[in-house]
Design a protein around this ligand. Structure first.
Ligand code: MN
Length: 246
């Protein structure tokens, strides 16, 4: 059987292709393909797993909130990507595909399943540079960890990472507020922010607030996250009766 195919969500007008995601998937034995507003949800056809990648903010209307005027200038929206991802999450889960959410994708998965977000960390009295390392001076390299995350010991994530605490990078000014029904908090930063979620049951449904694709070359634990995801996609593919995936 050839390599499992991993669909990666990406915007229409991106400054670059998602190289680090594609590299991390390929290094784990997967074959990446892109799902964008140009492909629409049809881009998911033939995929064995869905990776919701990082990017801009989700519109608060998706979790029944207005844009908070106090932080409106910090929020950047890509409406067509929002609409695409809400559809492809549902389609992937209906097909029993493994889903991995990263940064925006972690937030998108939570919102798609009925959870909410904090629109800006300043609303929680948290200085944004703590979780947004581009705003630090000097700015650390993107693979460099800037805070720790405690991992629930009995979680799938702990088994994958082989650790109950990891040090991670951080590029977010928003964060999960209320977890969606069916998702369990399995990673928490020192300040209490939710950094990882998972569905306790199959299929593989897991998300992290940090950027493992930027750490995978330097941190074997983060590479292991991609390996576990690609392995789940391989297992999903071996179960499928969909001729497009055979
Ligand atoms: Mn963080």
């Amino acid at each position: 059987m050839s390599a499992p195919r991993i669909a990666v969500t990406w915007p229409r007008r991106a400054p670059r292709t998602p190289d680090r995601y594609l590299d991390a998937i390929a290094a784990a034995g997967g074959r990446p393909l892109l799902v964008t507003p140009e492909t629409g949800p049809a881009g998911l056809a033939g995929a064995d797993g869905l990776l919701l990648a990082g990017g801009l903010d989700l519109h608060p209307s998706l979790y029944d909130q207005a844009l908070d005027p106090r932080v409106a200038e910090t929020v950047e929206i890509d409406g067509e990507r929002d609409r695409l991802e809400m559809v492809v999450v549902g389609a992937a889960l209906a097909q029993g595909l493994p889903v991995l959410g990263i940064c925006r994708g972690h937030q998108a998965l939570n919102v798609a399943l009925g959870g909410t977000l904090v629109q800006d960390l300043s609303l929680r009295g948290i200085a944004v540079p703590i979780h947004y390392q581009r705003r630090r001076d000097p700015e650390p390299p993107e693979w460099e960890p800037v805070h720790r995350v405690r991992i629930a010991p009995d979680s799938r994530l702990a088994a994958i990472l082989g650790a109950e605490e990891v040090s991670v990078n951080s590029f977010h000014h928003q964060v999960v507020d209320r977890p969606a029904p069916g998702l369990r908090v399995v990673g928490t930063a020192e300040d209490g922010l939710i950094e990882a979620l998972e569905a306790p049951d199959d299929p593989f449904l897991l998300s992290v607030q940090w950027h493992p694709e930027r750490m995978a070359r330097t941190d074997p634990r983060q590479a292991a996250l991609f390996a576990a995801f690609v392995e789940a996609a391989r297992a999903a593919r071996s179960r499928t009766t969909d001729p497009a995936r055979r």
